[in-house]
Ligand binder design. Structure first.
Ligand code: 5RP
Length: 250
């Protein structure tokens, strides 16, 4: 991984200046991500509050926004926002490849492996990410970790496999809980359910992702190691840092 000099914040953190809130940090990287969108592109767009800032920033840049041929969206929620700013939303099957995919993360480690799915969009996120040459992760510094696993790992599952998958996670030391919306299981855009798994320390993300992906009833595990970030725009209190990651192949 290589660290670049942070892009300085316009409001520098001199003594007495209030630190930026997490929301302001997210807005900062949302704006910064525009640098990776080229006029005429078809881009992949992720899901979540950080990406929403990116979409707002794109909407505010009329020339760039109007120039785009379209976007492939990772969720119904993102599709609504893309339509609002006038970007045509294409099906993943309509494109062979994307130059760039821009998305947030719940955690990212120093090699670019991520946990994603806090917003329940992990399956489509992985599909769109796998079409892209470059995965730009936009995140605030609270998301950077040494080892993945502090954030409960989202796993999209086929509902009938729920009980057996909870048992399997228990065998490897994880506590899996069905994600609820109100009192009912949350239903994803793909009409499936989500398990959130705590008490894991994911020391070998690629091997872990491969293992869990093979379990019957797992649709998508929220570890993105085979589809890891190419680079991360990380908003810190001293500015946006660009972390570049080595590709290890899959
Ligand atoms: C959605 C995701 C998001 O990228 C992740 O949850 C981060 O969200 P936010 O930008 O709101 O912190 O994986 O499924």
């Amino acid at each position: 991984m290589s660290h670049h000099r942070p892009t300085p914040l316009h409001s520098s953190n001199h003594a007495g200046t209030p630190a930026l809130t997490q929301e302001e940090l997210k807005a900062l990287v949302g704006q910064e991500a525009l640098r990776y969108v080229k006029p005429g592109d078809i881009i992949g767009v992720g899901t979540g509050s950080t990406v929403n800032h990116f979409i707002n920033a794109l909407g505010a840049n009329e020339i760039l926004c109007k120039s785009l041929k379209g976007a492939v969206s990772s969720s119904e929620a993102t599709t609504v926002l893309l339509h609002k700013i006038g970007i045509p939303v294409l099906e993943a099957s309509q494109v062979d490849r994307l130059s760039v995919y821009i998305d947030g993360a719940d955690e990212i480690d120093h090699a670019g492996n991520m946990i994603k799915g806090g917003g329940a969009a992990l399956t489509r996120e992985k599909i769109v990410a796998s079409l892209a040459d470059t995965f730009i992760c936009i995140a605030d510094e609270s998301k950077l970790v040494q080892t993945l696993g502090r954030f409960p790992l989202p796993v999209e599952i086929i509902p009938m496999a729920c009980a057996q998958l909870i048992r399997r996670f228990k065998q490897i030391g994880g506590q899996a809980k069905l994600r609820l919306k109100g009192e009912q299981p949350l239903v994803t855009d793909n009409a499936q359910h989500i398990l959130d798994v705590t008490s894991l320390q994911i020391k070998e993300p690629q091997a872990f992702e491969s293992l869990i992906s093979q379990w019957a009833g797992v649709v998508t595990v929220g570890v993105f190691a085979h589809q890891k970030a190419t680079l991360c725009l990380l908003a810190t209190s001293t500015g946006v840092k660009t972390l570049e990651f080595k590709s290890l192949g899959t």
